[in-house]
Design a protein around this ligand. Structure first.
Ligand code: NAD
Ligand code: UDP
Length: 323
């Protein structure tokens, strides 16, 4: 049985990856310090003999007994309000955390896949973004703690590949959504759906003309799985190119939820990227991958999930983990 370590395994994406690797017959070790994750996301796996959970901060030395075939480094705060509240931990998990994972991989002779992000392109001047674009990041702006950590993480991973011959993969993930996102994580989809469910107006930042391209989580997981098993060590964009303005997106959520509330405009956060759309030619050619779930289907599934949550989840404040 192949063995995989998934850091950030109790988070949104990490938990879906745990499910996928269990389904594929792997022994899965999830590691998480629960700073933004939740054991509820993986509690259904606890009874399985081929699943283990380690409560550990990966910015500190990592010890895992036994062999490892793959390490997926997904630990990192991921939403702007999270990484603005815990900026130093964000920088540490993207630097010390990946260093620990790469060191562990050398000892175990394991292949490493890292979760990078469309944020490495910053506020892009090239549109749609190809992997060859170097980005437009403000290193000392508020988002710099996340963007630069991820850029460092890519550089460190490439260095281990080049200088130590380690097998590495880099996925640049574009905005992904689905069940198990935290309702209060501040990202636009849970924010809008949470507001609609509570009967509040939907808070659109700026005039809503900025764009994003939203990918359903199952599509992303399929792309990551294929990339891991490929032989391509350079970055690959995985995302859904179906681009939409945040204003149009808000209107879709109003329609989906049937709320009587309206979109209201709040100030646009500093350095908020104006446009974002993945060019997925590489993923198509190298992995034979493209997204299958359209936004209407994906939003419906996600809305059903949020509706099924207990009422107290809906009113939990963003700082419930004591940030
Ligand atoms: P998330 O916050 O739900 O998951 C992150 C997980 O990492 C959480 O469970 C958290 O507790 C854990 N974690 C954070 N720091 C840790 C540390 N030092 N040690 C151990 N565990 C730690 O976020 P997510 O959306 O699932 O994102 C997962 C990964 O994917 C992140 O690396 C993120 O940067 C990347 N990513 C996500 C998206 C997206 O749209 N969801 C887009 C681009 C990149
Ligand atoms: N956004 C918004 N209202 C919210 C939260 C976010 O209008 O309540 C906007 C935000 O300014 C950005 C877009 O939605 O332009 C996506 O934000 P999110 O935090 O989901 O992801 P990211 O900016 O990291 O792509």
């Amino acid at each position: 049985m192949k063995r995989v370590l998934i850091t950030g395994g109790a988070g949104f994406l990490g938990s879906h990856l745990c499910d996928r690797f269990i389904k594929e017959g792997y022994h899965v070790i999830a590691m998480d310090n629960l700073i933004t994750g939740d054991l509820k996301n993986i509690e259904h796996l606890f009874k399985l003999p081929n699943f283990e959970f380690y409560h550990h901060d990966v910015s500190k030395f990592i010890h895992v007994p036994g062999e490892l075939d793959y390490i997926l480094h997904f630990a990192s705060p991921a939403s702007p309000i999270d990484y603005l509240k815990i900026p130093i931990q964000t920088l540490k998990v993207g630097s010390l955390g990946i260093h620990n994972c790469l060191g562990l991989a050398r000892v175990k002779n394991a292949r490493v896949l890292i979760a990078s992000t469309s944020e490495v392109y910053g506020d892009p001047t090239v549109h749609p973004q190809t992997e060859e674009y170097w980005g437009n990041v403000n290193p000392v702006g508020p988002r710099g703690v996340y963007d630069e950590a991820k850029r460092f993480q890519e550089a460190m991973t490439m260095a281990y590949h080049t200088y130590h011959g380690l097998e590495t993969r880099i996925v640049r993930i574009f905005n992904t959504y689905g069940p198990r996102m935290r309702l209060n994580d501040g990202r636009v989809l849970p924010a809008f759906i949470g507001q609609a469910l509570r009967g509040e107006d939907l808070t659109m930042f700026g005039d809503g003309s900025q764009t994003r391209s939203f990918c359903f989580v199952d599509d992303l997981v399929e792309g990551i799985y294929r990339l891991l098993l490929s032989d391509y060590p350079y970055p690959v964009n995985i995302g859904n190119p179906d681009e939409i303005t945040i204003k149009e997106f808000g209107e879709e959520i109003i329609k989906l939820t049937g709320t009587n509330q309206k979109l209201i405009s709040l100030p646009l956060p500093k350095d908020d990227p104006k446009q974002r759309q993945p060019n997925i030619t590489k993923a198509k050619e190298l992995l034979g991958w493209e997204p299958k779930v359209n936004r209407a289907e994906g939003l419906k599934i996600t809305y059903e999930y949020f509706k099924s949550l207990p009422n107290d989840e809906l009113y939990k404040m963003a700082d419930h983990r004591g940030f």
